[in-house]
Design a protein around this ligand. Sequence first.
Ligand code: GLV
Ligand code: GLV
Length: 328
Amino acid sequence: MSPSAGDRVLVTRRIASSVVAKLDAYFDLDVHDSEEPLRRDELLDRVAGAAGVLSMVSDRIDDAFLRAGDKDLRVLANYAVGFDNIDVAAASRHRVVIANTPNVLSQATAELTLSLMLALVRRVPEGDRILRSATPWIWSPTWMIGRGLAGGTLGIVGLGRIGKEVARLAIAFGMDVIYANRSGAVADAPYRSVTLEELLATADVVSLHCPLNDETRHLIGADELARMKPDAVIVNTARGPVIDEAALVVAVRDRVIAGAALDVFEREPEVHSGLLELDSVVLTPHMGSGTAETREAMGELCLDALKAVIIDERCPRNALNPEAMRAP
Ligand code: GLV
Ligand code: GLV
């Protein structure tokens, strides 16, 4: 079927121009061409009459949004693998197909995870800060001593696509890998499956790769941090609210654990002021999937999903709620 002028697609943020050009060949595009998110009222305004939306993790897709989209809205492609910003059950009630962007960002996110681990245990940002502050220094056998990854145990919380990729890279760095998975042991994973309690007590590096949902919100709080070894560190490239940030600040400050590296935050884009004061905390601004190739590939997957529903009237490959598909 050929596209018609009625097929309007709202893109809620600036994305790569190469992806915009591809979308433009199929749809009547309404791009919010800005680094800033749309205000809530603007978002609800602009979804009215759209057949499809390419949304960001910062857009709340709830019943009110879906009502504003009304009968015209048929598909929403979330430019992310995580979809905790979306009420998928409500989307199914409104017969709006939701798709995400799995697989294409696993490698990039795993690479950032390893970057954060190394930066933390080898004190890379701290060394950089010393030089930039023009502090006098001289090489010394006892100065800026960190730890290596080799020989240590990595504990992966949530062995999904990203967790598995992190495991593969960590093995190359000489680490042992254990994991805790809420849905139990993963078939074909050559690592030891343990309880979260055992993982926390054993791992030298704890790395979070679970989705955010009611079961994982504040999965790591004061009690869990207290179970970790005093020289262990925690890394979070998943979702901020999986960790109780206030409890983390206390645990690092009081040396209950040795440090933390975070790419995501409980109240993004806000960062807990206590974290900013700690040298043994490494921080990056939610950039796990941030490579040019990956962001392009995420755009391609969103284009595929929008085309599938609006033009081909078939269910996209990455649909989270295929039951929402309307009969052609
Ligand atoms: C980014 O946070 C994603 O879920 O893709
Ligand atoms: C350090 O610079 C060394 O050569 O060991």
